[in-house]
Design a protein around this ligand. Structure first.
Ligand code: C2E
Ligand code: MG
Ligand code: MG
Ligand code: MG
Length: 284
């Protein structure tokens, strides 16, 4: 038997750890350059009203294609950006770029859609988020109702009173607020009665195995019931099959987002969803 704490083991952990630290530093530095060089892109994933098949909005999702490292997924670089704090600058760029895109679509005559932007908890800490959002609304001239901020339950880990005040100030601007990845965080459900939310997004981990996994069905049902009693609208994330969609419709879920309709795509490709409704994917 190899001794688990032998010197070779330390060497192994050392080099694995070094590689991880080096990769993190690399991503951090490169992200800084990417932000300033304009190498970050926003893609847009349509959100579909289940009852009508109409596109009601898009979620803006960051994409980063690095010249030598290739595509770096948000799941890798967002946590690093949050840790280092550069998410504040990245987040401002995302907000402004999404709002500018909304303004362009409005100028083309499209109406009644919303662009959802992911906001990290870090963007609430020591930042004037409502001031930034207000400034971007003014800059771009879009109606506040065209913008939705997606927050996560990790917000509750920070200064609660301050978070609540910030959410209310954002809400007072007229933008919509959605709770992303609902049900996966560690926070208490009591925020549902305090946060001025408009929408709950059912996490894709629950959607993935419905209607076969009874536990996930039970959780999804409970989320739908909760949203209904709080007067919140619902978006199911990660909808991939007609079967999942049919079940979500039966449960009374409002909107769906997922590969069944489209992955996140560049703005020019997202535009076709304004005209082309994805009725083909909707069972009768
Ligand atoms: P999220 O906000 O929950 O976004 C949904 C994720 O699910 C996206 O991954 C999307 O591409 C993916 N997705 C959509 N439909 C399906 C589906 O049918 N099946 C599967 N398996 N996945 C689907 P993505 O773009 O890789 O982003 C991952 C996470 O990174 C996001 O999760 C969000 O937390 C974060 N993120 C992305 N862009 C931003 C951003 O601009 N700012 C911040 N703070 N976070 C971002
Ligand atoms: Mg999101
Ligand atoms: Mg999500
Ligand atoms: Mg997620």
């Amino acid at each position: 038997h190899a001794k688990p704490d032998g010197p070779g083991m330390y060497a192994y952990f050392d080099s694995a750890m070094n590689r991880r630290v080096a990769r993190t530093l690399l991503i951090h530095n490169e992200l800084h350059s990417a932000l300033h060089a304009g190498d970050l892109e926003l893609y847009y994933q349509p959100q579909i009203r289940i009852a009508t098949g109409k596109v009601v909005g898009f979620e803006a999702l960051l994409r980063w294609h690095h010249a030598t490292l290739g595509a770096i997924p948000p799941s890798e670089f967002i946590p690093i950006a949050e840790q280092s704090g550069i998410i504040v600058q990245v987040g401002e760029w995302v907000l402004r770029t999404a709002a500018q895109q909304a303004a362009r679509w409005i100028a083309q005559g499209h109406q009644g859609f919303r662009i959802a932007v992911n906001i990290s908890a870090r963007q609430f800490v020591g930042q004037n988020l409502p001031e930034l959002v207000g400034r971007i609304l003014k800059e771009t001239g879009i109606p506040p109702s065209a913008l939705e901020l997606e927050v996560t339950e990790s917000l509750a880990l920070h200064n609660v009173a301050n978070t609540l005040a910030t959410l209310h100030e954002c809400k007072a601007l007229g933008v919509h607020l959605a709770m992303d990845d609902f049900g996966t965080g560690y926070s208490s459900l009591s925020y549902l009665k305090r946060y001025p939310l408009d929408t709950l997004k059912i996490d894709q981990s629950f959607v993935r195995n419905i209607p076969h996994d009874l536990g996930d069905v039970a959780i999804t049902r409970a989320i739908v019931a909760m949203a209904q009693s709080f007067g919140l609208s619902l978006v199911a994330e990660g909808v991939e099959t007609p079967e999942q969609l049919a079940y979500l419709r039966e449960l009374g879920c409002d909107d769906a987002q997922g590969y069944l309709f489209s992955p996140a795509v560049p703005a020019p490709q997202a535009e076709r969803f304004f005209t082309e409704q994805q009725n083909t994917a909707l069972p009768a």
